[in-house]
Design a protein around this ligand. Sequence first.
Ligand code: IMP
Length: 192
Amino acid sequence: MGAELVFYTSNRAKYEEARSVLGARGFPVRWQRRSLVEPQASTLEAVVRAKLRQVAAPPRGFALVEDSGLFVPSLGGFPGVYSSYVLKTLGLEGLLRALRGQRRNASFVAVVGLAGRGMLRLGRGEVRGSLAPTPRGRGGFGFDPVFIPEGHSQTFAQMGSEGKALLSHRTRALRGLIRFLETSSPPPRRTG
Ligand code: IMP
């Protein structure tokens, strides 16, 4: 079994995604339900580094944090790092209104940070797609009802958590860290 990971997030769906990706590769993930302070910053990486400074790694493992956003090129990359604020204030309807008459392509980006054993690593994942004219589907959270990944016709919210986890920006960011985790895990203890 690999090093223990403690994921600090207030979002259960993010934790479930991380558990399924990393658990399948032998890395158990424990959920620490915490809302971390997000500084005003212009990149997801800066937010992740600030979140890592607020958490503690388990003795032989790593602390894990994440920040993500929806980037819409026709809106100059907005809402990007301000995604959660935009969702709270304008909501999906407000975002869709701002998009009327604009190109609808968009990307979800996630940056995941790991810290422990004196090391710090960031991983970035992106999934390209487009925004549906109206919300569809009951699953997922946040922008899932309007995001259609490239090459698909359903929104993330229509795909169910397993279908989404195969493609998601978070899964891609986490996969990028697996090689690092494999090489930095302690060798299994010898018995006998
Ligand atoms: P944060 O990383 O929790 O600050 O998330 C930024 C915003 O993007 C929040 O409003 C989330 O709901 C939204 N978001 C992040 N990842 C996803 C996703 O996988 N699906 C839908 N919305 C997401």
